[in-house]
Design a protein around this ligand. Structure first.
Ligand SMILES: C[S@@+](CC[C@H](N)C(=O)[O-])C[C@H]1O[C@@H](n2cnc3c(N)ncnc32)[C@H](O)[C@@H]1O
Length: 458
């Protein structure tokens, strides 16, 4: 891969002005509604490190050698959440999904974005990542100083994070003329061995940007394979620094929804290890996680706190409030040197069952001051998720006209607020992720029949 891969050169395009978002008439706004919308965009907790140097990287010799240990207070949060979720098992799935879609405060954001901002691959993932970009200063100073940004996107099909970042950098005066190089990896939708259930059907971006994607040495794109990770490391070796790694991996856990966190734990740990391996000093990591009740999550969040100057747990307004999904945002990576022996140890156990064996760290090495904050973070998100599920249950199956009217007003306000807060500019004539002034994506959903010819063209 040459320097040109995933690279966007400074181009002399006429400046664009950001679209002016409509300001809701706050003067006439019911204060309860204003508070509710404000809270929706503020679901975030940031760890505060003690001034004494108490939160230190554990000795690599202690890594992945001790048994897993449960934390009773976190396990009671898990039991209480699962008890609330079990009340959903009597509901008809399609009716319930329609209902929760109609109560979702952010349910009108995608439509608002499509008409106002001309966003490409405008999915829920697009909205979430744009919101993350608008909430945290993710692009490091080193990128600003160099006028160049290098990003790697893990578990990225169909590619909406890439598209959102493209839109974000292109519609901001500060970043529009930066060189942007990106690379992505994901389960390969064209590989026979990857069942359709594991991959994403929408291949519009992948098909048009294949050289930017790494599917690893076995061509599956499975990030939990060490060989594939090392191949990805080589694939991005042309980048002088890696400023941002996103990791949005997940898969269907419908067979055991109560154990979603444990089921995805190994994939999440692999994504975090990949981030630590790839990121440069000062870089940022955005990692999707779910509940944080198991020892594996306690250890991982502690590790990230030892590797980044700031770690936040964030639930975007555009992530459905009743699910467990959160994004962990680590900023100010301390650099590879400090964590190198530990990351080397992680890579020795790297694989699809990585979180199923010995614990990342023994419980005795996790400081009590850290555990207290971890519990507070979990309690905060638990309370919000339970409140949403309980409200959805109470409004199902009938809603009064007054309740419906209030909800619709909230949904309109949330969409307006989204455009306003994140200053989503129109992307008319923007660079597409696959080249300056390239053609806009033409919708072409994945078809098995065309996969061989597409893939052989790489
Ligand atoms: C929620 S989607 C990611 C959405 C993406 N960020 C976007 O913006 O469009 C989760 C992705 O994780 C991928 N995935 C799941 N397990 C994986 C694995 N073991 N290796 C690589 N990708 C994986 C899925 O195929 C899917 O593309």
């Amino acid at each position: 891969m040459g320097r040109a891969h995933g690279s966007r050169k400074k181009a002399g395009r006429p400046p664009q002005s950001n679209m002016a978002a409509v300001d809701p008439d706050t003067a006439t706004l019911d204060p309860d509604m204003a508070t509710e919308v404000e809270e929706l965009f503020s679901k975030r907790r940031t760890f505060t490190k003690p001034s004494s140097e108490e939160w230190l990287l554990p000795d690599p010799n202690e890594v992945l050698t001790h048994p897993q240990q449960q934390h009773p207070e976190l396990q009671s949060l898990k039991a209480s959440l699962n008890a609330v979720k079990s009340r959903l098992s009597d509901q008809d799935l399609s009716e319930w999904q329609w209902h929760t879609g109609s109560t979702n405060r952010a349910g009108k954001v995608i439509a608002a974005l499509r008409s106002a901002a001309n966003a490409e691959i405008c999915t829920q993932a697009w909205c979430k990542f744009y919101e993350i970009l608008g909430t945290f200063p993710l692009l490091p100073e080193a990128a600003a100083a160099a006028g160049a940004l290098n990003t790697v996107h893990l578990c990225e099909a169909p590619g909406a994070f890439v598209s959102a970042l493209n839109h974000y950098t292109q519609t901001s005066e500060a970043t529009r003329y930066w060189d942007w190089a990106w690379a992505a990896s994901t389960l390969n939708p064209y590989h026979e061995g990857n069942g359709g259930h594991a991959t994403v059907a929408d291949d519009r971006l992948i098909a048009n940007t294949l050289p930017w994607w790494s599917f690893g040495s076995d061509n599956t794109g499975d990030l939990t394979s060490l060989k594939n990770l090392l191949q990805l490391q080589g694939f991005v070796a042309h980048m002088p620094r890696v400023d941002l790694v996103t990791a949005d991996g997940s898969f269907d856990c419908l067979e055991a929804p109560d154990e979603q966190e444990a089921l995805v734990a190994s994939l999440v740990l692999c994504e975090a290890a990949a981030g630590l391996l790839l990121l440069s000093s000062g870089g940022a990591l955005v990692l999707k996680m779910f509940t944080l009740y198991e020892h594996s999550s306690v250890c991982l969040l502690y590790l990230l706190n030892c590797c980044f100057s700031s770690v936040s747990v964030f639930k975007p307004a555009t992530s459905k409030a009743g699910n467990s999904e959160v994004y962990v945002v680590g900023r100010g990576h301390y650099g590879k040197d400090a964590a190198r022996p530990l990351v080397a140890k992680l890579l020795r156990s790297y694989g699809p069952g990585m979180a199923d064996g010995p614990a990342l760290f023994p419980a005795a090495l996790i400081p009590a001051s850290y555990l207290r904050q971890h519990l507070e973070v979990c309690s905060y998100f638990h309370a919000r998720q339970v409140a949403t599920i309980t409200e959805n249950l109470s409004l199902f199956p009938v809603m009064s006209a007054e309740q419906r009217g209030r909800l619709e007003r909230l949904r309109d306000l949330t969409a307006q607020q989204y455009l306003l807060r994140f200053r989503v500019g129109s992307s008319l004539a923007m660079h597409t992720p696959f080249g300056p002034a390239g053609p806009r994506l033409t919708p072409r959903m994945f078809e098995r029949s065309c996969k061989s010819s597409l893939f052989s063209s790489v």
